[in-house]
Design a protein. Structure first.
Length: 342
């Protein structure tokens, strides 16, 4: 491989002159003939310049992580733990420092002295919490909630779309007697007051198909395995209400419990009743039968949130955005057409 020294010897000029010609130094005072001579020799020798390794003082981001979940919520539903874990893993892969914040009497305090470039907040926050967060930084992205979309960026799974996908799938299999199990509480993106968006999608779909029956709606106190078990047993014990051929459960933790109770009581899944969950927890693929569910891309939510944090680390966000991440149906072994026509 040709070097600067080789070219300078062939051209009969100094190495410094060769360097300045090859780098197109406008201050160099040599004749055009000399410049052309150097360039031609470099071309003939197939000279390839070494990549200049420049040291870029790239600022390392420091991202704060705040959890607005109660300990009970974290214990009831591992989905939230997966969310938090994904953020931490992604930050490690991108060489981003993470700083945990802990709540003391409703005030969030950092576990580090590092200056924060932005915050990722999970869970539910009241007005006092939000005021406290803005004292830390205005660069906040909420994941899985959107307390004030006029002020803050937020990333949401498109739960309405996912719920509608689940209902459409069951309907196309031939089911008409479809039950819904949820927690009965509202979410920020629900259009109906005091109603979870998955239940909203269920009700809209059932009414559109003229098969809506309030007796097929079961609401728990929260998303948890224990509530799923209780409701499933309630469905079995109440002989006066119609038993469904399919059940859409708004949360995988509840769906896992429902499947267990039904099987323990002698029902076959999917032969006697089809079952769909929501979130696609890793454990659902190992059930017997594996649970059909709606996949929520935690990776996409986390990546999107961190891209927004990076974008507005230097200058304030003038127009906050609320981003919906699409969900998709994951077909496994817990659904099939009903054995009997409804």
């Amino acid at each position: 491989m040709a070097t600067i020294k080789d070219i300078s010897q062939a051209a009969g000029v100094s190495q410094a002159t060769v360097c300045r010609v090859l780098n197109h130094d406008p201050t160099l005072k040599v004749s055009l003939d000399t410049k052309f001579k150097i360039l031609n020799i470099a071309d003939e020798m197939q000279y390839t310049p070494k990549k200049v390794q420049t040291q870029v003082n790239k600022k390392k981001l420091h991202i704060g992580i705040i959890e607005g979940f109660s300990r009970r919520a974290l214990a009831d539903d591992p989905y939230y733990l997966y969310l938090i874990n994904k953020v931490e893993k992604y930050c490690i892969s991108q060489d981003i420092n993470t700083v945990k914040f802990i709540s003391s009497d409703g005030i969030y305090k950092s576990t580090s002295d590092s200056k924060i470039d932005g915050l990722i907040a999970f869970g539910r926050f009241n007005d006092q919490n939000i005021d406290n967060l803005t004292q830390i930084t205005e660069n906040i992205v909420f994941i899985d909630s959107s307390p004030d979309e006029s002020r803050f960026n937020s990333i949401m799974a498109n739960t309405y779309q996912g719920a509608y996908l689940a209902m459409k799938y069951l309907y196309e299999l031939g089911h008409r007697k479809i039950a819904f199990i949820g927690d009965g509480f509202s979410t920020e993106n629900s259009k109906i007051e005091n109603l979870d968006v998955r239940q909203e999608a269920y009700q809209v779909f059932m009414k559109q198909k003229h098969i809506y029956n309030t007796d097929l709606i079961y609401s728990g106190k929260r998303f948890s395995y224990s509530e799923g078990s209780r409701i499933a047993q309630e469905m079995l014990d109440n002989k006066n209400l119609p038993f469904p051929t399919a059940i859409f459960v708004a949360n995988d933790s509840m769906a896992i419990a429902v499947q267990s109770i039904l099987i323990n009581n002698g029902l076959r899944i999917p032969e006697d009743v089809s079952l769909i969950g929501f979130n696609d927890l890793p454990s659902t693929q190992y059930l017997n039968p594996p649970l059909t569910t709606i996949h929520v891309s935690i990776n996409a939510m986390v990546e999107c949130a961190l891209n927004i944090i990076k974008r507005y680390a230097e200058e304030p966000c003038r127009y906050p955005q609320k981003t919906y991440i699409a969900t998709k149906l994951v077909q496994r072994g817990s659904c099939m057409p009903p054995l009997k026509v409804n």
